[in-house]
Design a protein around this ligand. Structure first.
Ligand SMILES: [Zn+2]
Length: 485
């Protein structure tokens, strides 16, 4: 998942997070040398050209094992480069750059998923599994989501090691399987089965957040501080069926579609949390006219529901204001001349933090308003169950100064004039598994992208080459800033 497209035109003013004096020198900002860049590009190319889709052609282990070899070849001790997982094709790699001396201070973990969404050659201008350099971009499946981050962090860890850097605390890089889909989510598996390998003070997840550009000018640096929970529900209508020449009054297809129409007309309640309230408070100062007035009105107590309704016409605002549930697939009937015995829909929900999938399942039953319909939960692995998990979305962690201070300083050095803004992502990422384990997570890709440049999961996915170089500089200095004496 990668969402750089923020909500509206913004040039925010100041960071709400309180900052002290700089803890490390930034001028001049150390930039990657030509050799560093060459290696980082080679790693990026290698990863793009290994198909890591959850398909018969894909294999995550090929990619993680290739990175393991790089770390071992570079001289990392074998015990600090662990390849492990529940499936031979879905192995995760956990790399540890050890502290100079034993310390009780918890490590910092960088979490990067290695799998990508399927891409078909005929849909693309270039071969999605070839790393193509063209017009100032790198093309290929995963160039945005998220082999850019994978490659940048692998290159960063190798560079720190090559330079003999000794951190004051351990730095961990976890390269994981099945974020986009599949049965073997590596982040979840590592937290459950090898907590000791991935336990950390906090997680930096380059799968979200980033720098938004407006015609090349950086306008905002978004750090994901909370996110919605992804949930699928299966809605089923059944009927005895029969010959279509003798329609009966009850009908599985009509019952299902009329219930879905009720869902289409329904809006979940408007909500704000600590993160979105702070975000809109700042956005109000940058917007003009009706939009600015409406944003102020939703921040009032009680919020102005007419203003919320006007703003909700924009899908970005709407999905940031509430839980959303939308029908994404339909399947019904078995023959052209038979009454459907089964009609089924998938409803995809993005649940606002503070609510559980089971709570939303109960609400869906009420909204659909037809007791004959059965509403079941579909897990990420595709398993169907009568009830949904009770777990709630990750609660926004307080912004940690030791994260936000270097992040802000580096942002000012690399993308000057862009305020750092904690945001709630409307998508979902692997951060949830660490958040549920009580480890704060911050999403930041260090990638600068035009507002309309998001091609993650889409055709001709590409990354501006310059954005890749800047992400290298960011992660190198950031990793040092959070781990130097
Ligand atoms: Zn992703």
């Amino acid at each position: 998942m990668r969402q750089n497209n923020l909500l509206a035109s913004i040039a925010l003013v100041a960071l709400a997070v309180c900052l002290g004096s700089p803890v490390f020198a930034l001028s001049p900002l150390p930039t990657a040398t030509a050799e560093d860049r060459a290696q980082a590009k080679e790693i990026f190319k290698q990863l793009i050209e290994i198909n890591t889709t959850d398909t018969p052609r894909g294999n995550v282990t090929t990619a993680t094992a290739a990175m393991q070899k790089r770390f071992l070849d570079a001289g990392f001790p074998a015990e600090d480069v662990k390849l492990l997982g529940p499936d031979a094709r879905k192995m995760n790699l956990v790399v540890r750059l050890r502290a100079a001396a034993p310390t009780s201070e918890k490590p910092v973990l960088f979490l990067c998923h290695m799998d990508v969404v399927e891409a078909l050659r005929q849909d693309w201008t270039t071969d999605p599994f070839q790393f193509v350099e063209k017009d100032g971009y790198y093309y290929g499946r995963g160039t945005q989501d998220m082999k850019d981050g994978d490659a940048a962090l692998v290159a960063t860890f190798l560079r720190l090691h090559r330079e003999g850097y000794k951190p004051r605390r351990d730095l961990i890089l976890a390269l994981t399987a099945d974020e986009e889909g599949g049965k073997f989510n590596g982040a979840s598996w590592l937290v459950k089965n090898h907590r000791e390998l991935v336990d950390a003070a906090y997680v930096i997840n380059p799968d979200s957040g980033g720098v938004e550009l407006n015609h090349g000018r950086p306008v905002v640096t978004a750090v994901e501080a909370t996110e919605k929970v992804y949930s699928d529900f299966q809605i089923t209508a059944v009927n005895p069926g029969g010959h279509s020449s003798r329609p009966r009054p009850d009908n599985a297809i009509y019952e299902l579609t009329s219930a879905l129409n009720k869902l289409a007309a329904y809006s979940f309640p408007f909500e704000l949390n600590e993160v979105t309230r702070a975000y809109y408070t700042r956005l109000a100062g940058q917007e003009t006219g009706q939009t600015a007035a409406d944003i102020r009105a939703i921040l009032a107590t009680p919020p102005d529901m007419d203003a919320a309704k006007r703003l909700s016409a924009e899908p970005g605002f709407n999905s940031n204001f509430r839980t959303t549930c939308v029908a994404t697939r339909l399947n019904a009937g078995h023959a052209n001349n038979a009454l459907a015995q089964t009609a089924q829909a998938n409803v995809n929900c993005r649940i606002f933090p503070g609510h559980s999938p089971e709570e939303i399942r109960q609400q869906l039953i009420g909204i659909l308003g037809d007791k004959k319909l059965v509403v079941k939960y579909v897990s990420d692995a595709g398993d169907i169950s009568d009830t949904a998990p009770e777990r709630k979305a990750m609660v926004p962690p307080a912004p940690i100064k030791e994260v936000f201070e270097p992040l802000t300083q580096l942002t000012q050095a690399i993308w000057p004039g862009t305020p750092v803004t904690p945001v709630m992502e409307n998508g979902a990422s692997d951060s949830i598994y660490f958040a549920m384990a009580g480890i704060p997570c911050y999403g930041f890709s260090a990638i600068a992208m035009e507002r309309d440049g998001d091609r993650a999961h889409g055709q001709d996915e590409r990354l501006p080459i310059d954005s890749y170089w800047k992400s290298l500089d960011f992660f190198y200095s950031f990793a040092k800033a959070v781990s130097s004496k």
